[in-house]
Design a protein around this ligand. Structure first.
Ligand SMILES: *[C@@H]1O[C@H](CO)[C@@H](O)[C@H](O)[C@H]1NC(C)=O
Ligand SMILES: *[C@@H]1O[C@H](CO)[C@@H](O)[C@H](O)[C@H]1NC(C)=O
Ligand SMILES: *[C@@H]1O[C@H](CO)[C@@H](O)[C@H](O)[C@H]1NC(C)=O
Ligand SMILES: *[C@@H]1O[C@H](CO)[C@@H](O)[C@H](O)[C@H]1NC(C)=O
Ligand SMILES: *[C@@H]1O[C@H](CO)[C@@H](O)[C@H](O)[C@H]1NC(C)=O
Ligand SMILES: *[C@@H]1O[C@H](CO)[C@@H](O)[C@H](O)[C@H]1NC(C)=O
Ligand SMILES: *[C@@H]1O[C@H](CO)[C@@H](O)[C@H](O)[C@H]1NC(C)=O
Length: 829
């Protein structure tokens, strides 16, 4: 029992979660779609929706095509009062709630084509007063319904309906529809047509009908009735999917011809010789001016001369495209068709494997002004035949289009058209022209020349100066240097231009397209060299986003939409988005309009100069400051001190290694300034080193022992660094005598010596007061610059001897000095 209950709950739970998972559950959450752009156009096609998703109420267009929506419920579209266009094309809609579209007040376009609607309901459309365009094609309804479905669509202008299932059209089915710009009815399987069903619509624009079945079934009544109802002189009729084989099938056109139809088109159409002959008979003397066949299969052999008695002089244009001739080898030439060919002014035979039109046929086309043989198999040779070797046949020709053939010789084509004295347009695009001669002759009337998609690498003066429109796009051109005074339009897109061609070559140019080249940039003066330019398209190039270029283009793009480049009204008509930076690398792919360059990048020279200037200024400032603070002096001192200390240590180590005692070779090292040398040499040295000589006449009983002095002039080893010498001298002297004077303070070396002595005093082992100061002239502590703090300290800590100004006191001075020098020695003794 317990197990069963559990199973039951599990089953219930699974069922519940399944139903929750289904987005289409009417009570469940509706899926939503937010693929809306800035214009509030929401594209939810191919979204896999099985029900109408929620979309913002503000949407103006909503594309729900190609989903799996099977029905439209009453609430699906509520709130969409602003919606203008709704497409439900390509779903599986089988049911629409009668009031589903009621809130779509503003709806102008509704597409319900390719769905599963088996019946149409007039209530769907009852509130769609604004609807202008309604597409109901390819739904499986067999009739339009008992109640007129379009009754309330007072604004309807374009209507598509029908499909493979449509079988019946009755009078009144289209009541309410009074005038249309476009009517399309797919009724390939129409079995019953009540005459007049389509007859009340007027004015009626273009009509497209698929009436395959009615034409084939020999009951020409249906086809004839339908055609008769929609035929008006100003209404072009397009007939699709017809299969005209027999005389009888063609008789349906009698009514059409009688109602003075002017333009008939056949699309996806197969036809026999018999049908053509009888068709020509049916439209004999009718005012048909335009006959268009697109996608034709000719099953016959071209034997149409049985109709040669008919009068076709109203025919003005033959347009034939995508013709397949089933039995091409049996097909006779058109030579017998003078009755047909002498009248039209416009003939197009496009993409129909034509490799030649014989010269004799060309002769027949005596009224021809426009010949389009594009996308065929013409070669230089067969073109020569077609144009009768350039003898001026087709003398009225104004437009010749031989685009998309296999032509190669540029001189040949210019020769062939030279005598066509009215030719204004020549389209030789998509051929194999790879070069052009230096000179060519052209009709003087030629205004338009299209040589796009060829293989040209250069242009020469062969191009006529009369040209107003020249298309050289998609070639291999790198430059263009020809004066074309009349040129208004020049197309150079898809080439290899590095810069804009100079504007003075084209004084009349108004439009220039040069997209997809290799332009790096262009500037205001480039653009201004074109005096009359109005429209420039230069996007998709390899732009180097320099500051000048970016600034120039952005000044133009500011206006949005069509940028205004210069005062001369030059517009960038291809929009700002196609101007994209290619370099520098960090800007690659960025639209020029959105690039922000910094000041650093844009004024590099200025920036670098300013920075350099500032650095220089700062350096000078620092130097001045350092100089003022005597930093160099301190630096020099420190350096010398460090070096001296190192070498002193080295010397000491060396001495210790040698095991010898520090050698005291001198009693004193005398440090003095060069300017005090005379005093030292004349007084100090004789007095101390040679006391006998000096005191010879004195009565001093005890002659003092001579002292040995170390003088830099005399005892320094030449070739050694002076600081080393000083150090070594001090180390080897018991005392250091400083001869202080103004001069001493000025001298660098003396200061070193002072410093080293100081260092020696505290660093060395001698200790004590190894320094003796002699003041040559009265010098107060305050006269000594502050930075000689050592000296100042020494002066305050050590007693100093003053050189007496009076001669008589000098003996006392020498005695004191000698005592000071000997003092320690005697104590040691
Ligand atoms: C929506 O997108 C599809 C391709 O996903 C495209 O074919 C269709 O034209 C778009 N519809 C609209 C209204 O832009
Ligand atoms: C619609 O559903 C069918 C099966 O139900 C599936 O095969 C098809 O791919 C779906 N189509 C789309 C556009 O999601
Ligand atoms: C052309 O018409 C035939 C009927 O004559 C039809 O079966 C075929 O689908 C049509 N082709 C196109 C591309 O419409
Ligand atoms: C074609 O049929 C019409 C009437 O049905 C007839 O008058 C005409 O002679 C026929 N034409 C040919 C060539 O059989
Ligand atoms: C072309 O017509 C001329 C007479 O008009 C004739 O002599 C010549 O044989 C014809 N050429 C061809 C190829 O039919
Ligand atoms: C020539 O034919 C091509 C292809 O059919 C077409 O694109 C072009 O516009 C035509 N040129 C003229 C001048 O009509
Ligand atoms: C020149 O011919 C090409 C290809 O046929 C066509 O796309 C282009 O629009 C033509 N150029 C002009 C200016 O008509």
């Amino acid at each position: 029992m317990g197990l069963q209950t559990n199973l039951y709950f599990i089953l219930l739970f699974v069922l519940l979660s399944l139903s929750w998972g289904q987005g289409s559950d009417p009570d469940g959450e509706r899926s939503s779609c937010d693929h809306c752009d800035l214009q509030l156009s929401c594209n939810c096609s191919y979204g896999g929706f099985t029900s109408v998703p929620t979309v913002t109420d503000r949407a103006l267009t909503l594309d729900l095509s190609f989903n799996n929506i099977s029905m439209v419920t009453v609430n699906d579209l509520t709130g969409h009062a602003r919606l203008r266009a709704l497409s439900l094309h390509g779903n599986r809609i089988a049911a629409i709630h009668p009031s589903a579209f009621d809130s779509l007040w503003s709806l102008e376009e509704l597409d319900l084509s390719d769905n599963q609607l088996t019946a149409l309901n007039h209530k769907w459309f009852s509130k769609l007063g604004a609807l202008q365009s309604l597409n109901l094609l390819n739904n499986p309804y067999s009739c339009l319904g008992s109640h007129p479905v379009f009754q309330s669509l007072v604004r309807l202008r374009r209507l598509w309906f029908g499909g493979p299932a449509l079988e019946e059209l009755k009078r009144g089915d289209l009541s309410g529809v009074t005038q249309l710009d476009e009517l399309t009815v797919h009724a390939n399987n129409l079995a019953s047509y009540e005459s007049g069903a389509l007859g009340d619509i007027w004015p009626l624009g273009r009509v497209t009908l698929r009436l395959h079945g009615p034409f084939l079934r020999y009951d020409t009544d249906v086809a004839s009735a339908v055609l008769g109802d929609v035929t008006y002189p100003e209404t072009p009729i397009v007939l699709e999917d017809l299969h005209l084989i027999t005389n009888e099938s063609v008789q349906s056109f009698r009514e059409t011809a009688r109602r003075r139809i002017r333009s008939i088109s056949f699309h996806n159409f197969s036809v026999s010789d018999e049908a053509i002959v009888n068709f020509l008979m049916v439209i004999d003397r009718a005012p048909v001016t335009t006959l268009i066949m697109d996608g034709v299969t000719l099953t016959g052999e071209g034997r149409w001369e049985p109709a040669s008695w008919t009068d076709q002089k109203n025919i003005d244009e033959f347009f034939i495209r995508n013709v397949v001739v089933l039995d091409v080898f049996k097909f006779v030439s058109f030579l017998e068709l003078r009755f047909l060919l002498q009248y039209p002014r416009k003939v197009s035979v496009i993409n129909s494997q034509v490799f030649v039109m014989p010269c004799n046929t060309s002769h027949l086309l005596s009224s021809l002004q426009y010949l389009d043989l594009s996308d065929n198999l013409l070669t230089d040779m067969t073109l020569a035949e077609t144009l009768c070797n350039g003898d001026g046949t087709l003398k009225d020709l104004r437009v010749l289009n031989i685009s998309g053939n296999a032509l190669k010789s540029f001189s040949m084509v210019s020769h062939l058209v030279e005598k066509l004295s009215k030719l204004t347009h020549l389209d030789i695009s998509r051929n194999g022209y790879s070069s052009m001669p230096q000179g060519c002759s052209w009709p003087t009337t030629l205004r338009y020349l299209n040589i796009s998609r060829a293989k040209l690498t250069t242009t020469t003066p062969c191009l006529p100066a009369t040209l107003e429109v020249l298309d050289l796009s998609n070639n291999d051109l790198k430059s263009f240097f020809l004066i074309l005074p009349a040129l208004r339009e020049l197309h150079l897109s898809g080439n290899k231009f590095l810069r804009l061609p100079p504007g003075w070559l084209f004084p009349s140019l108004q439009t220039l397209t040069i997209q997809s080249n290799t332009l790096n940039m262009f500037d205001r003066s480039d653009v201004q060299s074109y005096k009359r330019l109005q429209s420039l398209q230069a996007g998709q190039n390899k732009f180097v986003c320099s500051c000048d270029f970016v600034a120039f283009l952005q000044s133009g793009l500011k206006g949005g939409g069509h940028a205004l480049l210069t005062d001369g009204d030059v517009h960038l008509t291809d929009g700002g988005e196609s101007y994209v930076c290619d370099s520098p690398l960090y800007l690659q792919g960025e639209p020029v309009g959105r690039v922000r360059l910094s000041v650093v990048e844009c004024h590099q020279v200025l920036f670098v100069s300013v920075i350099c200037g500032m650095v220089l200024f700062a350096a000078v400032l620092v130097c001045v400051l350092l100089w003022r603070l005597h930093a160099f002096w301190y630096l020099k001192m420190t350096w010398a001190w460090l070096r001296a200390k190192r070498s002193s240590r080295r010397r000491r180590r060396y001495r210790d290694g040698a095991g010898s005692e520090p050698l005291l070779s001198y009693d004193a090292f005398v440090s003095y300034s060069e300017r005090d040398a005379s005093w030292v040499e004349n007084f100090l040295v004789p007095e101390l080193e040679d006391p006998r000589h000096n005191d010879g006449n004195s009565v001093n009983p005890r002659t003092p022992r001579p002292l040995t002095l170390c003088l830099h002039k005399r005892d320094f080893l030449p070739g050694h660094w002076i600081v080393d010498n000083i150090m070594s001298a001090m180390e080897r002297s018991r005392r250091t005598v400083f001869v202080l004077s103004e001069n001493f303070v000025q001298s660098d070396w003396c200061r070193y010596e002072l410093d080293f002595s100081h260092f020696w005093l505290f660093d060395g082992n001698s200790g004590g007061d190894a320094a003796i100061l002699i003041l040559l002239e009265p010098l107060s502590k305050n006269d000594i610059p502050k930075r000689f703090c050592k000296l100042r300290k020494l002066m305050s800590s050590t007693t100093y001897l003053e050189w007496p100004q009076e001669e008589e006191r000098s003996g006392e001075f020498w005695r004191s000095l000698r005592n000071a020098l000997r003092g320690e020695e005697e104590e040691d003794d």
